[in-house]
Design a protein around this ligand. Structure first.
Ligand code: GMT
Length: 377
């Protein structure tokens, strides 16, 4: 049965906003009436899409406000839409502050039937959850949610540990839309960067320090001067200028291309040979999943939920955080052994299709929504 679903997320280039928006698009395509809340149009909601109404949360400034209260503006917008559209579900992505805003909105409408679903994505638990300024308020947000989703078993375990939380947690993984994230043979994309024969490495992220993006340069250097591999860096964020400076300082500028934020990354991923993700923490690793779905073996850090997404030695290679020598050795293996690369590529595509397909994970969300609606207030 079609539902009226509100979704709140951060709009920026990052996994939680991507997952929330892609889920909203897919729910709308299935006939649900979707209302998306954010402070700017999310990256993956580039254009108008039938079935989704975007609610741009604006925060007024006032001389007394040193910190304009975004959370109150968001709660107010949620309350308004909840009342007008009679939302069945308000699904918030990233606990802070969204779970609390949803709670506040519902408190403002006594008797509202709206059920609150909170998806935990990572640093809302692993970093903010450990911060005494936020711990108790996040825990309260979880307890007030009608369902709590974690994107990996690892993050569910962290949540129990950090908050001493023993309520139910549904592990529902992130997903990829296989119609877009798929292998393609499009020599044009490759040709435009480096010609067909030159090895192509790729890294996509929001360039926060925990992504350790500068280590992609270490790996490139460790491949040695005889390698003519080219590294594509996709995305933007606080560490990008440091990475750019380092590339210049190390004389690597002719071996690295900085592409910035790109709306449709799938064709670029599919053109590459190996993807690199040296993060120090990752509750899931959506970017790694998107790469494997495109048929690209991944070399990544063995952290958090990453081993739930990538199978070491089968769909990629996992190494200790910071072990760039081992990462470079794995990249060299993949670049020199075409059969290995092909086997890993096929295994990655197969796993993305069987475990993390949009169809499968969308159905898990629909089942969960039906369950919490049936449980009632
Ligand atoms: O927690 C964050 O760092 C933010 C969040 C985001 O919006 O990018 O990233 C997390 O959520 C993604 C989608 O579920 C996961 O793929 C990322 O692994 C996770 N990041 C971390 O855990 C560091």
């Amino acid at each position: 049965m079609a539902s009226r679903v509100g979704i709140a997320c951060y709009p920026t280039y990052g996994g939680s906003g991507v997952v929330a928006t892609e889920l909203g698009l897919a729910l709308a395509d299935r006939g649900h009436d979707v209302h998306l809340f954010s402070y700017a149009r999310p990256t993956r909601l580039a254009a108008w899409h039938e079935g989704i109404e975007f609610h741009n949360v604006t925060v007024s400034s006032y001389p007394l406000f040193r910190f304009p209260p975004y959370d109150l503006a968001l709660a107010s917008s949620m309350r308004e839409v909840m009342a007008e559209k009679c939302l069945d579900i308000l699904h918030v992505h990233y606990a802070v502050p969204h779970a609390l805003c949803a709670y506040l909105a519902r408190q403002m409408l006594p008797g509202a039937p709206t059920r609150i679903v909170t998806t935990l994505h990572g640093t809302d638990i692993t970093i903010l959850g450990r911060d005494p300024s936020y711990r108790e308020v996040i825990r309260f947000g979880l307890l007030q949610s009608d369902a709590v989703i974690s994107v990996s078993q690892w993050l569910a375990d962290q949540t129990r540990e950090v908050f001493d939380y023993d309520g139910p947690i549904d592990v529902v993984p992130n997903f990829v839309d296989g119609s877009r994230f798929r292998p393609r043979s499009d020599p044009g994309v490759r040709e435009s960067f480096c010609g067909v024969g030159r090895p192509l490495l790729v890294h996509t992220s929001n360039f926060r320090p925990l992504k350790r993006a500068v280590e992609t340069l270490d790996v490139l250097e460790l491949l040695g001067p005889e390698s003519d591999a080219l590294l594509l860096l996709i995305g933007d964020g606080p560490d990008l200028s440091h990475v750019r400076d380092e590339a210049g300082r190390r004389g690597l500028l002719d071996r690295v291309r900085f592409l910035g934020e790109i709306e449709e990354v799938a064709p670029l991923l599919a053109a590459a040979d190996v993807a690199l993700f040296p993060s120090e923490s990752e509750s899931f690793g959506l970017a790694a999943l998107e790469a494997t779905a495109c048929g690209i073996p991944v070399v990544a850090s063995n952290v958090g939920g990453v081993p739930e997404v990538l199978t070491d030695g089968v769909t990629g290679f996992l190494h200790d955080v910071g072990d760039t020598e081992a990462m470079a050795a794995s990249v060299t293996r993949l670049l020199t052994d075409v059969d290995l690369r092909q086997r890993m590529s096929e295994a990655g595509v197969e796993r993305a299709r069987s475990e993390f397909s949009l169809t499968r994970v969308l159905a898990l969300h629909e089942e969960l929504y039906a369950r919490v609606i049936a449980n009632g207030p």
